[in-house]
Ligand binder design. Structure first.
Ligand code: ATP
Length: 323
């Protein structure tokens, strides 16, 4: 189920279960502790949050605003997306208007700028000047996937927090709690499958749970894999070991199942190969050879090469080495 469909049904769980306070954010104990102490000391610097999607960057920024402003948080928190197609000028104008005054007599307002790494370095320089211009009455929280895409003068003005992918236990615990609150039966292998498919992304895990729960039946491994772009790691492993045994035709048929029946994209297959290679029952040398091929294939696909053809070439290379 897409987010739009979920909204159509009334509620979308990633919003319903978005933590409202910093203490409720799963994982990231060190980060949460430091952010809490900024709030407690009423001494918030500009912040730069980096890390992959769905791990709590926006959530933490909103939670800070809730803790600083209480009920007035919406009026004092501006959320902008830097990749907004209307460009940096619009972003700057909105920042200027917003920074002029606070609602409720607070010393500063918070501006949250998502996808800050989408700004060109010229736009980032302009942003830096804006940050300086309004330094007295605003705090910026910038969010991005990669901090190396952010110019040094901005990085040096911010306290930088690296949000890593969430650990499996944090995801499992959170998902289990939601299932309980929603009165959903979920099996342990269902939770494991959600954790695996989410790969550290809590948004993916929660969306997966909501989608799998729509059938009204117990959420188990099968239900999860049916709705996420992932298959059991064993299915990928069998394809690889079949190729390594020299049986290219059978390996190709298994690839076909993944792409056609399971509906995986070429990128999903590569992603799972990469994540699971070390858990396959292969000797180290075979794993290393596999990873080398996976790297090559990933690069070619990223350059626009035909996905199926490249994956078949990967299996062919493994099969040829079997001799
Ligand atoms: N650490 C977390 N603890 C609890 N829930 C989380 C956590 N991280 C993400 N979520 C859930 O996933 C949803 C999306 O998270 P969030 O908006 O914070 O992602 P993000 O890290 O800002 O990623 P993006 O850059 O893609 O927006 C939240 O609404 C919440 O339901």
């Amino acid at each position: 189920m897409s987010e739009a469909e979920a909204r159509g049904r009334g509620e979308i769980w990633i919003e319903k279960y978005r933590p409202q306070r910093l203490s409720a954010v799963a994982g990231h104990a060190d980060i949460v502790g430091r952010l809490e102490s900024y709030v407690a000391q009423d001494d918030l610097p500009h912040l730069l949050f980096t890390g992959p999607a769905g791990v709590g960057k926006t959530t933490s920024a909103m939670a800070i605003a809730r803790e600083v402003y209480g009920d007035d948080w919406r009026e004092n928190f501006l959320e902008l997306n830097a990749s907004d197609e209307r460009g940096i000028d619009v972003v700057r104008d909105r920042i200027k208007n917003f920074a002029r005054a606070s609602f409720g007599g607070y010393d500063y307002r918070i501006i949250f700028l998502d996808e800050a790494d989408a700004l060109t370095s010229d736009a980032q320089s302009a942003l830096r000047r804006t940050m300086e211009q309004f330094a007295n009455n605003t705090r910026f929280i910038l969010s991005c996937n990669y901090s190396n895409q952010i110019i040094d003068p901005i990085q040096s003005r911010c306290a930088v927090f690296r949000f890593g992918p969430l650990d499996g236990d944090s995801v499992a615990e959170y998902v289990r709690r939601i299932a309980e609150e929603e009165g959903i039966e979920i099996t342990e292998d269902g939770i494991d499958a959600l954790v695996y498919a989410a790969d550290g992304d809590m948004r993916k895990a929660i969306n997966g749970l909501q989608a799998a729960a729509t059938t009204g039946e117990t959420v188990d491994e099968e239900a999860v894999y049916a709705i996420t772009a992932a298959v059991r790691p064993e299915q990928i492993e069998t394809m690889v070991t079949t190729a390594l045994d020299g049986d290219f035709t059978a390996a190709r048929a298994k690839l076909d199942d993944l792409l056609t029946e399971a509906g995986l994209g070429g990128g999903d297959v590569i992603d799972q190969l990469h994540r699971s290679a070390w858990s396959f029952d292969l000797d180290d040398r075979a794993t290393v050879r596999l990873l080398e091929r996976v790297g090559e294939t990933d690069y070619r696909i990223s350059q626009g090469a035909n996905e199926r053809l490249q994956l078949e070439a990967l299996l062919a290379a493994l099969a040829l080495e079997a001799e």
